[in-house]
Design a protein around this ligand. Sequence first.
Ligand SMILES: Nc1ncnc2c1ncn2[C@@H]1O[C@H](COP(=O)(O)OP(=O)(O)OP(=O)(O)O)[C@@H](O)[C@H]1O
Length: 278
Amino acid sequence: MASAPFPTETSVPPPAIAVERLSCRLAGRMVLSDIGFSVSGGEILGILGPNGSGKTTLLRCLAGLQTPSAGRVLIDGDDPRVLRPVELARRLALQAQDSPAALGFTVRDVVGMGRLVHRRSPFAGAGAEDRAIVEDALDRLDLSGLAGRAVEQLSGGERQRVTIARALAQRPRILLLDEPTNHLDIHHRFAVLDLVRSLGITVVATLHDIELAARWCDRILLLADGRLQADAAPEDALTPDRLTAVYRVAAAVDRRPQDSRLRIDLSPLMSPFTEPSR
Ligand SMILES: Nc1ncnc2c1ncn2[C@@H]1O[C@H](COP(=O)(O)OP(=O)(O)OP(=O)(O)O)[C@@H](O)[C@H]1O
């Protein structure tokens, strides 16, 4: 009887994202220092930290748009900077804060740009499948009613939904989101995050809303001054002491009695300027 082969090391797939001892210097200043972590397929990772802590720079390194000064990033085991752009774009989509508004194009056109990487040739037109995927992305982002409008006529939140729809139309295995909800009203915040979670793909998102991040992310990376302060499940990463040290605020963390969800109460630290005068 033939025996079953033993699993070998090569049968273990690489993590969706691996970051090894990554440092990044911009304009002579160290913006990221010795960062290491990995992200498993299907995991949702939130990157949190104060302004200027290096969140966007880290996301840009993951997308291959920023070259680290030391260390490396691997996407499914490959360096994103050596992959052909079209191959990288089939694996990974980046929704950026400052995505160009694509002036002169309609919402449908801009979302359709997400399909370009799947065309067999740059001259091939959109097929039925491309059109169906674009309409699906428009519908999921509550944009069908705006599909014929020029993007420059949209509000900030509507434009943000367009950039997310375009990234979804790309049908990536890995989605990188840079503050995906900062312009969205509370209904659309929940709707977009629920939608992204329902896709079951690997997601890395920078976020400023700490409670929203605690509710939505599987894991949190907390950055301060370009250094990793925590890499853990939300309840382990977002401790009061750490929140106070990183964000310079008073913090209380407990769980809501009705559903055990983390409740994070932040308030300003008392200072000579905020203390009531006697
Ligand atoms: N192109 C650049 N050249 C020089 N310095 C830069 C450049 N881009 C960013 N920086 C600096 O790098 C640091 C990290 O910036 P980054 O945008 O990654 O921070 P962030 O955590 O995303 O901030 P925010 O929460 O304000 O969006 C900041 O001090 C910023 O001034």
